[in-house]
Design a protein around this ligand. Structure first.
Ligand SMILES: [Zn+2]
Length: 429
């Protein structure tokens, strides 16, 4: 367990641990190191999984897959109750980074151009849950617990939507350290120890600190252990990184045991052939001379462009093909339920009475009436499937839409809730 390493390092060097913790946006490294300690041979076994994945020899012609996303905003005050526009902006970041459509993709250094690629993965917002809470969500460094209480209603959080078919993302104020986010790797990877994955399916998904759940901004650490605050730029890449873990990726530096203490560990590997051997995380640096594992001729520098490193978010821009193969294999196997169909067929059908549209045909206005006020997503699509208007985390049971300026034709109203979905047609004249 990562708490052990943190506790041990406190004894060894309070400065190093403070530094390690502050520079450690996500808890996976500690966890994986714990696994190697408690399950000797874990590294080798994991390697076998990656070898199996790579052995499948997929060609670079992936079909585009869509992962439905549910964002749970669990807030203690209005500042944390982020607006829909911000949720959409973060979904845009995911959709750019996982399609290699990010504007900074061209900034990858020439050394890595041959290996970077488009994962052909996109994300679609299925729902937004907003939960006001008085609970706290705390990383207990010494006690070794993650704030999974954000994932259940009874503990002041928000229950997951069916985790087999949705990527649940909880956004909250993570207290107790500079933890920006965390995610569990997939369950049911036969070569992983059982406790590598989420403690239960309902706890699977990604947790993100609300201050980094945005497209642009800064994040300031809270001066742990008496150290000075550090302010780093935010470009929405914490979510890209954590979704990478959720889809089976490890840190590019391989989470070596020594790296916890700031010592390059070149024997640890991320199990991906086309990433360079890297002994440390890049610690928010984007220095082209960074090279923690020098290995003679043909050696590559550290790849701080990689989303699975800890460089500054504004110099992260790429996944490698080896990483993409792993994520695609996970979506074909361990997390196949995520991409088993379109959102419209995945949620199950609500009764027809759950949604009324009138007048139909509509001329000047359309009333969208649903049978309750539970949080839901409502979208108005045109016949080409384009979203004309949408309401995220909608808690009104009656919406009035001006239709006089819409081109005449057939439209569809899509209603998605935790209980299921329903789509009905309406004619605009
Ligand atoms: Zn991580």
């Amino acid at each position: 367990m990562w708490r052990f390493f943190l506790g041990l390092s406190l004894v060894l060097s309070s400065v190093q641990i403070a530094s390690a913790q502050i520079q450690e946006p996500c808890a996976a490294a500690h966890y994986l190191n714990h696994l190697e300690a408690t399950h000797p041979g874990f590294e080798a076994a994991t390697r076998q999984v990656y070898d199996r994945v790579r052995g499948q020899g997929q060609a670079r012609d992936f079909t585009l897959v869509t992962i439905p996303v549910v964002v749970h905003l669990v807030y203690q005050n209005e500042e944390q109750n982020l607006p829909d526009s911000l949720i959409e902006a973060v979904l845009d970041v995911l959709n750019e980074d996982y399609r290699r459509l990010n504007a900074d993709a061209g900034q990858v250094r020439e050394d890595f151009l041959p290996v970077v690629d488009d994962p052909f993965i996109q994300f679609e917002l299925a729902g937004v849950e907003r939960v006001s809470t008085t609970a706290t969500f705390e990383l207990d460094i010494l006690g070794g617990t993650l704030p999974d209480n954000v994932k259940t209603t009874v503990t002041g959080g928000s229950d997951a939507w069916d985790p087999e078919h949705h990527l649940n993302i909880w956004v909250c104020n993570i207290e107790g350290g500079a933890l920006l986010g965390y995610a569990y790797p997939p369950a049911d990877l036969s070569h992983w120890p059982e406790d590598a994955s989420a403690p239960s399916p309902a706890l699977d998904g990604v947790v993100i600190h609300y201050e980094v759940f945005r497209r642009t901004g800064t994040f300031t650490t809270s001066g742990l252990f008496g150290l000075e605050d550090i302010t780093v730029p935010v470009r929405g890449r914490t979510i890209t990184h954590e979704v990478g873990h959720y889809l089976g990726l490890r840190h590019i530096w391989g989470d070596g045991l020594l790296s916890i203490f700031g010592i390059p560990d070149c024997s640890a590997d991320d199990g991906v052939e086309d990433t360079p051997n890297q002994g440390l995380n890049s610690q928010f640096s984007c220095d082209p001379t960074n090279n923690t594992c020098e290995e003679g001729s043909g050696d590559l520098p550290d790849m701080w462009e990689n989303f699975m490193d800890y460089a500054q978010e504004d110099c992260q821009n790429s996944f490698t093909f080896g990483q993409i193969e792993i994520m695609r294999s996970v979506l074909d196997n361990e997390r196949a339920g995520l991409v088993g169909g379109s959102v419209s067929t995945r949620e199950g059908l609500l009764p027809a009475s759950a949604l009324q549209l009138y007048p139909n045909p509509a001329t000047d206005y359309l009333i969208i009436q649903r049978d309750n006020t539970a949080s839901a997503t409502v979208r108005l699509h045109n016949a080409q499937g384009q979203v004309v208007k949408q309401w995220l985390s909608c808690t009104q049971n009656r919406l009035e839409v001006a239709t006089s300026s819409l081109p005449a034709g057939l439209y569809y109203v899509q209603y998605i809730s935790r209980e299921g979905q329903l789509t009905k047609a309406v004619v605009v004249e």
